[in-house]
Design a protein around this ligand. Structure first.
Ligand code: ZN
Length: 675
């Protein structure tokens, strides 16, 4: 094989540098400079070069991010330095006692009155791993294992965008430690996808991260989004820090992702306050933490303190209350979804988990129940992760061995709401109630119609919708617009003022744009995004109603199968009537204003932060999109405007630093008017 031409070599090196830079912007700084398509384009170019000239492949090539060669098994690896474990404290008293023990130990070493500074870090509930870099190139990564010997999972770690494959200005050898985790949003989405596909669901984000990291084929790992927080420099040739916080700063400067919530504090009381604060905010984070790690910052003091067995004296984990509990599963009940799908949930004997009492938990679907071997009347393990809906995980350990267990719960043979015999479709995961007039289905559709992303009618929650339905006042969504003051006043729970407000809210919902009306109709595949895309490409309901499945499939994000199903639902008599009724009532069935490409914000990228006086985030987004603008989640040099409401947070600081124009709601209104 001939050597690759110099041009190809140079271009490959250039592409790697660029891709490394952009991965850092995107995954570590959460501040991308380029769009996904541009990144993918660069990656494709590099992959083509490497395929044409295999000598150009390297251990730090970003093409490995999407998955290199599968491995036959996970090899054992000895860590350069043992990965320690931490002693636990569970209260303020125990934390003070830990500080006291350190003082006593140092006093015996002849150090009286040590001035402790502490580093307080969130304890991520993920998977501890070690990354070894030689000359700045990621050579190998391993799980913690037993602390001395772990497993080689380099092939999967390379797929994690937040892990640098190489970095500049590197020592000959350095080991970086961190916690690999899956965000709660990604975890929930992954489980939903798996449940819909009839696959097993993961118990918690930690299990899904651990399962992913131990895959043999990195292409599988690449499909599941993982990230990392780095928290320690292990062996480092030629590196000398005097404090742990310096090492963290070094990590940050060299492109590693370090949690911005880490604090350096002066006193045990401040440390306690910080631990309690993390505990309070635990449910607001997008990742799971099971405690807080407190370390002595001064590395010389750390060395003097040493370790007892494998627990260092200079660090401790403040543990939060557990997020799992054992309780009795009283019964399995079934809800009916918008499209008749029967979805099981668990009614539990009330139990405290992670600081709150829970009575209900999700069971995803019937296969999930069978796979987990869950029976009503037995004790089960429940888990609650952050704000995620609690889940039943398995029977309690002693239960599975028992004889004479109760029968496994099955979907009911008749719909619990309308008594129609249920059907198990040949395709699909869910047994369904086929009755189009099923009150439970209707309730879900009505709830969907008035919900936030759809018609967004203030004052109509699920209870009110159920009440109106029970009274026979609302059967179809069009009936909301036919409600009268007299009818509503007869319902004891509606006061005069709330009736007037409700009627005003219903009236003003007629102003919602076409895209939201499309979403509100409750067509199975039409979510918010698809609703917007359909509205943009057809611009009018008559055009959509006249479209063939092929024409519908030309819409961004709509596949052929989806298009056929959308077409079929549009043809249903009930849908035709609903559209005709809503049209007569005066809802918007065509896209108003100029095509987005000519709007006053065409070509502009905006970021929203904080709360605005009048518009919700969704409303502002819609208006910006209708004017041809784009809304993204984070501020970068590519951002044209930051729209800042009240309590704007860090995005405002960043915009100011980057010189991005900052507007308030009034400023946005002016822009939208084109002045
Ligand atoms: Zn039913």
């Amino acid at each position: 094989m001939s050597a690759p031409p110099r041009k190809a070599r140079e271009r490959a090196a250039e592409l790697r540098t660029q891709l490394g830079h952009h991965a850092h912007r995107y995954y570590v700084l959460d501040d991308p400079e380029i769009g996904d398509e541009v990144y993918d384009g660069l990656l494709d170019e590099l992959r083509a070069l490497e395929e044409a000239h295999p000598q150009l492949q390297s251990a730090d090539s970003p093409t490995l991010r999407v998955g290199g060669e599968p491995v036959g098994r996970l090899e054992k690896i000895e860590h350069l330095e043992p990965m320690l474990s931490l002693g636990n404290v569970r209260s303020e008293e125990e934390l003070r006692a830990w500080v006291e023990r350190m003082r006593n130990h140092l006093a015996r070493e002849g150090i009286a009155e040590p001035a402790f500074t502490y580093v307080v870090e969130p304890k991520i509930d993920g998977l501890a791993i070690s990354l070894v870099y030689r000359d700045g190139v990621l050579e190998r990564g391993a799980t913690r294992g037993n602390g001395l010997i772990g497993e080689d999972v380099t092939h999967n770690l390379r797929t994690i965008g937040a892990i640098p494959l190489h970095f500049e200005d590197a020592p000959a050898l350095v080991e970086v430690r961190g916690e690999v985790y899956m965000s709660l949003a990604d975890f929930t989405a992954l489980n939903e996808r798996r449940a819909e596909a009839g696959e097993s669901t993961f118990m918690n984000p930690r299990n899904s991260a651990a399962g992913t990291i131990r895959q043999l084929d990195p292409a599988d790992a690449a499909k599941r989004p993982l990230s990392i927080w780095c928290y320690q420099v292990g062996v480092g040739e030629g590196l000398s820090f005097t404090a742990h916080s310096e090492a963290l700063e070094w990590l940050r400067e060299h492109g590693f992702r370090v949690n911005s919530g880490i604090r350096v504090l002066e006193s045990a009381e401040e440390v306690i306050a910080q631990c309690l604060d993390w505990e309070r905010r635990r449910g607001e984070l997008d990742f799971e933490i099971d405690g807080v790690v407190v370390k002595v910052d001064d590395l010389a003091l750390q060395r003097r303190l040493g370790a007892v067995g494998r627990d260092p004296r200079w660090a401790v984990a403040w543990k939060f209350p557990p997020t799992t509990a054992v309780t009795k599963l009283e019964k399995v009940m079934w809800n009916v979804g918008k499209f008749g799908d029967l979805r099981p949930y668990a009614v539990l004997e009330p139990v405290r988990v992670g600081g709150v009492t829970i009575k209900l938990a999700t069971l995803h679907n019937e296969q999930d129940i069978l796979r987990k071997d869950i029976r009503a009347g037995e004790e089960v393990i429940v888990v609650r992760a952050g704000d995620v809906i609690p889940q039943v995980v398995s029977p309690a350990p002693h239960v599975a061995e028992q004889k004479d267990r109760p029968q496994a719960p099955h979907p009911p043979e008749r719909c619990p709401f309308c008594d129609t015999p249920t059907v198990k479709p040949a395709e699909g995961v869910f047994t369904t109630c086929p009755n189009r007039d099923c009150p439970a289905r209707a309730w879900q559709l009505l709830k969907h119609f008035v919900s936030r992303g759809a018609m967004d009618i203030d004052g109509l929650g699920e209870k009110q919708v159920a009440l109106l339905q029970e009274r026979g006042l609302v059967c179809s969504a069009a009936d909301f617009y036919r409600l009268s003051e007299a009818q509503l006043l007869e319902i004891e729970r509606f006061g005069e003022l709330s009736v007037r407000n409700l009627l005003a809210a219903i009236e003003s919902s007629k102003e919602r744009p076409f895209a939201r009306v499309l979403f509100a109709l409750g067509i199975e595949e039409v979510g918010e995004v698809t609703g917007r895309n359909l509205a943009q490409s057809f611009r009018d309901i008559d055009a959509l109603l006249a479209a063939t499945p092929e024409q519908i499939a030309e819409t961004n994000g709509v596949g052929e199968k989806m298009a056929v199903s959308i077409r079929a639902q549009l043809d249903e008599e009930r849908m035709q009537k609903l559209i005709a009724d809503l049209r007569e009532i005066g809802l918007r069935f065509h896209d108003e204003g100029p095509p987005p490409s000519q709007g006053p914000l065409a070509g502009n990228t905006l970021v929203l932060t904080g709360s605005m006086p009048e518009w919700s985030r969704e409303e502002a987004t819609e208006r910006i999109m209708a004017a041809g603008g784009r809304v993204t989640g984070s501020v970068s040099k590519k951002t044209d405007y930051l729209v800042a409401g009240e309590s704007p947070g860090t995005k405002l600081e960043k915009a100011e630093r980057l010189g991005v124009a900052v507007l308030n709601e009034a400023g946005l209104r002016k822009l939208l008017e084109g002045s």
